[in-house]
Design a protein. Sequence first.
Length: 426
Amino acid sequence: MRLLVVGGGGREHALCWTLRRENPDADLFCAPGNPGTAQLATNLSIAVDDLDRLADAADMHGIDLTVVGPEVPLARGLADRLRAEGRAVFGPSAAAARLEASKSFSKEVMAAAGIPTAASRTFEDLAAALAYVDRHDEPLVVKASGLAAGKGAVVCATRAEAAAAVRAMLGERAFGDAGATVVIERFLVGEEISVLAVTDGQDLELLPVSQDHKRLLEGDAGPNTGGMGAYSPVAVATPAVLDRARREVLEPTLEEMRRRRTPFAGVLYAGLMVDVAGTPWVVEFNCRLGDPETQVVLPLVAGGVTDALWSVAHGDGVRPMARREAEASVTTVLASRGYPDHPERGAEIRIPAALPPGVTVFHAGTARGADGVLRASGGRVLNVTAVAPGFAEAQRLSRETAEAIEFEGKVFRRDIGWREARRLGN
Ligand code: AMP
């Protein structure tokens, strides 16, 4: 079997780690990959948005299954392109990826399907958007409709802040074309969970539920980031809540996408705000596995990931994946000083030679120079995932290993999973 993973972050390292564990003899490629994937796969130096070269590589290496990690190539039609060339690919079409690539489109789908989500309006005109802000109660959330690397949502405590966010997006194009359309919505109250479903467009299988930590600093302070850590499972995601998420969110979304003749096959990721009544309100949809959620979710799957992806990619339905029951997983992101705005690059990284059992270090923004030295090369540098029989132990192992890894300017949160810790009385 010849497999290709597209992407080069922690999510893709976790994907390669899983595919390699399940298929010790497969020929595994990763484009562009990183020094972590290089230990498991052959890295191909191709950017994730270079569709021509990715299609050529799939052809040249006779790839049987391509798994696409990031949203950008999906939104640009990589899955359509590979399928048109007769290759199996796990990931939605560009038309279906609009569930993530256009927040105004996803709001339209949700409205049509009667899915619980914050009331919202979409604007392209600055004056109209400002007038709307003026008429509505604070807090408000202002979002760039297009892809903004997870940083396009601004939670605004006051109308003045909301007006400033609207001006930045529509007036000054702070997010470029991604902010040429903005969605303004009501602020939702509750606890956020990430529900990832592997789907062929009709049926779905849930992956373990996780919770991300978007803010840079401990106590959920500081700016929004791509994610500073995650854990799984999450106690608020009770069977009753997940049943509602399935029936009230995931299934109606898939049905509406089929009705529009753009069925969604791949991972449908629902960011849900669960309120005190257990209602799952959609904060956002993503069209792919989450990062860093993948780094906690995949290590909790005992087997069957390759089969599930293979089956969906070949149009053979969705297969269940075996779950590691009674285990918990925590990942801590190590970022560079200056992240998310101006991350420093180049610091030399030292990872202890012996890691505790259950701990895996996934690479994200790392690079190995000609001198063989591992260095920080991006905002989020490493993810330290620990799997243990209980949450508290997984949290401790992840944090202690994060502390033991050294590089100049290392930034990380020691409180990943603090809500779960509080619930469990730790
Ligand atoms: P998004 O890019 O839509 O996922 O938003 C990024 C983050 O902003 C989310 O993970 C939430 O924590 C927060 N957020 C977005 N929309 C809302 C909302 N309507 N109410 C409360 N928080 C929100």
